[in-house]
Design a binder for this molecule. Structure first.
Ligand SMILES: [Fe+2]
Length: 124
């Protein structure tokens, strides 16, 4: 896989893998919980250009410690993109932003440090 993953449709299988991750505590900059101090490498960044949002997790990718999933939701909580990663992939996801989308929230799951999300990011 290259440095960018484009996933216009999310499979039911992938949705089923992500759902239980979100059922756990989702960590944020404001509430990093037991992993305080680790937010810098775990909270995704979102860059929007034209109709695409590029989500990057500034985290290393190693065989024993990697970003397992990245996904994004719109302001209504609908999934707009997701990817499952191996440690040999880059921790990034590019999603097509549907017309009318007002905001994006990006999530990721680290195999050692839990699930993190961004604040809601408005779409200009
Ligand atoms: Fe981590």
């Amino acid at each position: 896989m290259g440095s960018s993953n484009s996933t216009p449709a999310v499979s039911d299988e992938l949705k089923a893998e992500i759902a239980p991750l979100e059922a756990k505590k989702v960590l944020t900059v404001a509430d990093p919980g037991e992993f305080a101090g680790k937010e810098g490498k775990h909270v995704p960044t979102i860059a929007v250009a034209e109709s695409k949002a590029t989500i990057v997790v500034p985290h290393g990718m190693e065989e024993a410690h990697w970003i397992q999933y990245i996904w994004a939701k719109n302001e209504s909580g609908a999934l707009i993109g997701a990817v499952k990663l191996s440690h040999t992939d880059s921790p990034t996801l590019t999603v097509d932003v549907p017309a009318g989308t007002k905001a994006i929230t990006a999530f990721e799951s680290c195999n050692l440090h839990g699930v993190w999300k961004t604040d809601d990011t408005p779409i200009a």
